[in-house]
Design a protein around this ligand. Structure first.
Ligand SMILES: [Ca+2]
Ligand SMILES: [Ca+2]
Ligand SMILES: [Ca+2]
Ligand SMILES: [Ca+2]
Length: 576
C-alpha cells in the first residue's frame, strides 16, 4: 500500500585518477550507477537509509525534509525523519570558488539530538557515502584531479550548542594547508547555464543529509521544525527556509461491531478511530482464531470497514482487528477477540404454520384438545412414525409442564422441520422435531423459544414443515437463518411463497397445511381413508397410532373423514 518512490539518477562521472579515498565512499551498492545521486520523493518510512529527501533545491541554501502525509506533512513520532540541506556558491553573490563551507543545524527542542545520524553528502560531481549509524565523521577527500584541492570534512553533533554541523575545508595538496590562491577552492561558482536542468549536477552546489527522531514526549499535533545556516568562507551566514512537520504520536483504536452470515461468508463490520486530533486511519489488519486456536493474521491492509470471511460450517471463530493510521502508528496489540464477535454455529428458526384440522376460523387459533386431554407425547413422535431424521434431529424430549400453558401459546402438537440445501432444495441437511402453539408459532422443546439447529452454519436454507397427518410444504425461496432468531418465516401468510402450486389450503385469509394424510406420504387419497381412517374409526384413541384424527380432537370418527379427508382427497403434497 505504501510505495516508496525513488528515482535513481545516473550521472556522468569522471573518476579522479588519484583516489586516496574512494569518492563514492566505498563503492556503489545501489545498482551499478557509479557515484549516483539518489533522489527521493515521499518520506514515510522508518529507519530506511533511503528515507532522506533529495528533492532538488530550486533555490539552493535550503533544507528539505519529510514530505509526510497530506499537506500538513504529518509524520509519526516513531519515524526517523530524513533531511537534506542544499548549499550553493551563488553566482549572484560569489565570484570565486568557496574554500570553506560550514553548515550548522540547530536542533530544536522537539527533536532528539542523540538520535541524529549522518547520511551521505556531496558537492559538484561528487557523492560520498557515510557508514550506517554515523554520529561523527571525519575524512580527507581527494578531488585533486578535478578541483586541484583535497577536502577535509568534519561533521557531527555539538551537544553544547545543540547543533548538527558539517565543515568542508579546501586543502592545497602541495602544502597541506588552505590554498593561498583565492581562486582555488572545492566549490566553484555555480554555473547558471545549467541551473534548471536537474539531470546535470551543478559544480557549485552541494548537499548534506541526516536523520533525526522526534522526542518521544511529543503529543499528536505537535510540530517539529528544522532550519540551518550556511557560511561560505568569511561571509555572513545564509539562513535556510524552515521545514515543518506535524507529529502524530499515537495509534488508533478499533473494534468489530457486528458479525453476521452472508451466503457462505461471515460478514464482519467494524469501526475505528484515530487518537484525538490524529492523522486518521489508513487501514486495518484482520486476525482470526478458529476453534479456540491462537489468533493469526488473516488479511492485512484492509482499507474498508467490512470484510467477508469464509467460515467453515461447524467451526467457531473469533475475530479482532488492528488499525494503523496514515503515518504508520499501529493500534496496540490485542490478545483477545472483541468480546461479542465469538460466534457459534447454531442457528435459530422462527417460523409459523397453521394445521387445517384443528384450526378454528372464529378464534384464529388452533384447538388444543389433544393437550387438554393429556394425549400429547413428551417424546417426539416422528421416529416412531417412520419419518427420517437427519443430522442431529430425533429423540427430542419435553417436560410435561410445557403442556400446562393455555391460550394462544398452548402447545397443540408436534411438527417436523427440515433445513434444505441452499443450492439443492431437495437435499435435507438437518431436521428437528418441534412444537406448534395454538397461534401457529413453532417453538423448541421449552415450549416458547425459536427452534435451534445445533452445529449448523449460519446462512441461507430452504425450510420445510411437515406433520404426521397433514401435507407438508416448504419455502419457495431461501430463508436467512442466523444465530439469533431472525424475522418470522410465516407460512400462514397468504403472500408467503411456497414451493409448487396450491401447496396449502387458504382458510379465510390464512394459509394452512392440508389435513387428511394419515400415512404422511405425498398424497391424500383412498389409502388414508381405507387403511387408516377405517381401521381407527371409533376405536379408543392412541396418539402414535391414530393418525386419522385429522381435526386432532382425540377421536377418529366421521367428522375426520367427511369434513377433512373427503374435501382434500386427491391433493398432492408440493414438496420435492
Ligand atoms: Ca494517530
Ligand atoms: Ca404464540
Ligand atoms: Ca396419504
Ligand atoms: Ca377427530
Amino acid at each position: 500500500m505504501k510505495k516508496i518512490v525513488y528515482l535513481l539518477f545516473a550521472l556522468v562521472f569522471i573518476f579522479p585518477s588519484l583516489q586516496a579515498q574512494d569518492p563514492c565512499g566505498g563503492g556503489d551498492d545501489r545498482g551499478g550507477f557509479g557515484c549516483s545521486i539518489l533522489s527521493f520523493f515521499g518520506a514515510k518510512d522508518d529507519g530506511d537509509e533511503f528515507n532522506i529527501p533529495r528533492v532538488h533545491a530550486v533555490d539552493p541554501n535550503e533544507i528539505s525534509g519529510p514530505i509526510g502525509y497530506d499537506t500538513a506533512q504529518w509524520v509519526s513520532i516513531n519515524d526517523d525523519l530524513g533531511y537534506t540541506i542544499f548549499y550553493e556558491n551563488d553566482p549572484a553573490f560569489a565570484t570565486a570558488p568557496a574554500q570553506i563551507v560550514e553548515i550548522r543545524m540547530p536542533v530544536e527542542p522537539d527533536l532528539n539530538i542523540f538520535s541524529v545520524r549522518l547520511g551521505e553528502f556531496g558537492f559538484g560531481y561528487f557523492n560520498f557515502e557515510v557508514p550506517e549509524n554515523t554520529t561523527f565523521y571525519q575524512n580527507r577527500l581527494d578531488v585533486v584531479d578535478s578541483l586541484n584541492v583535497l577536502v577535509d570534512v568534519t561533521a557531527g553533533i555539538d551537544v553544547v550548542t545543540k547543533e548538527v554541523f558539517w565543515i568542508f575545508e579546501s586543502i592545497d595538496p602541495l602544502t597541506g594547508l588552505p590554498p593561498e590562491d583565492a581562486l582555488t577552492g572545492f566549490l566553484p561558482v555555480n554555473d547558471t547555464t545549467t541551473l534548471y536542468n536537474d539531470t546535470i549536477p551543478k559544480q557549485g552546489e552541494g548537499f548534506v543529509t541526516f536523520t533525526i527522531q522526534p522526542k518521544n514526549s511529543l503529543l499528536t499535533g505537535d510540530t517539529v521544525t528544522t532550519h540551518a545556516s550556511i557560511i561560505f568562507d568569511i561571509n555572513a551566514p545564509l539562513i535556510t527556509n524552515t521545514w515543518t512537520n506535524l507529529v502524530d504520536a499515537f495509534g488508533p483504536v478499533s473494534q468489530v461491531d457486528t458479525v453476521f452470515q452472508n451466503g457462505d461468508d461471515y460478514r464482519l463490520v467494524w469501526s475505528g478511530i484515530d487518537d484525538a486530533g490524529g492523522v486518521g486511519i489508513d487501514y486495518y489488519d484482520l486476525y482470526v482464531a478458529k476453534d479456540a486456536e491462537p489468533f493469526l493474521l488473516y488479511e492485512s491492509e484492509i482499507d474498508t470497514t467490512d470484510f467477508a470471511y469464509p467460515g467453515v460450517p461447524g467451526s467457531t471463530y473469533a475475530f479482532y482487528i488492528r488499525a494503523t493510521d496514515n503515518v504508520g502508528n499501529r493500534e496496540a496489540e490485542k490478545t483477545e477477540a472483541d468480546p461479542y464477535v465469538t460466534i457459534t454455529s447454531s442457528i435459530k428458526v422462527s417460523a409459523k404454520v397453521i394445521l387445517q384440522g384443528p384450526y378454528d376460523g372464529n378464534t384464529g387459533l388452533m384447538r388444543d384438545l389433544l393437550r387438554q386431554s393429556d394425549l400429547l407425547p413428551t417424546s417426539e413422535p416422528f421416529t416412531a412414525l417412520g419419518f427420517t431424521h437427519v443430522d442431529g434431529g430425533g429423540n427430542e424430549i419435553v417436560s410435561a409442564t410445557i403442556f400446562d400453558t393455555t391460550g394462544q401459546n398452548a402447545i397443540i402438537d408436534w411438527v417436523f422441520l427440515e433445513l434444505r440445501n441452499r443450492d439443492q432444495a431437495d437435499s435435507v441437511v438437518a431436521t428437528r422435531s418441534a412444537l406448534v402453539q395454538a397461534d401457529g408459532d413453532i417453538v423448541d422443546v421449552d415450549g416458547q423459544s425459536a427452534v435451534a439447529f445445533e452445529g449448523k452454519a449460519i446462512g441461507e436454507y430452504y425450510l420445510a414443515i411437515r406433520h404426521r397427518n397433514h401435507l407438508g410444504t416448504r419455502s419457495a425461496d431461501r430463508v436467512m437463518l442466523n444465530g439469533t432468531p431472525g424475522s418470522l418465516i410465516d407460512f400462514t401468510d397468504i403472500n408467503f411463497n411456497t414451493f409448487g402450486i396450491n401447496a396449502q389450503v387458504e382458510l379465510a385469509g390464512v394459509n394452512a397445511l392440508y389435513a387428511g394424510n394419515a400415512n404422511h406420504d405425498s398424497q391424500i387419497n383412498a389409502v388414508d381413508k381405507n387403511s387408516y381412517w377405517r381401521v381407527q374409526n371409533g376405536q379408543t384413541f392412541d396418539y402414535l397410532i391414530f393418525t386419522a384424527d385429522f381435526n386432532m380432537d382425540g377421536a377418529v370418527n366421521a367428522v375426520d373423514k367427511n369434513i377433512y379427508w373427503r374435501v382434500n382427497n386427491s391433493t398432492s403434497q408440493q414438496l420435492d
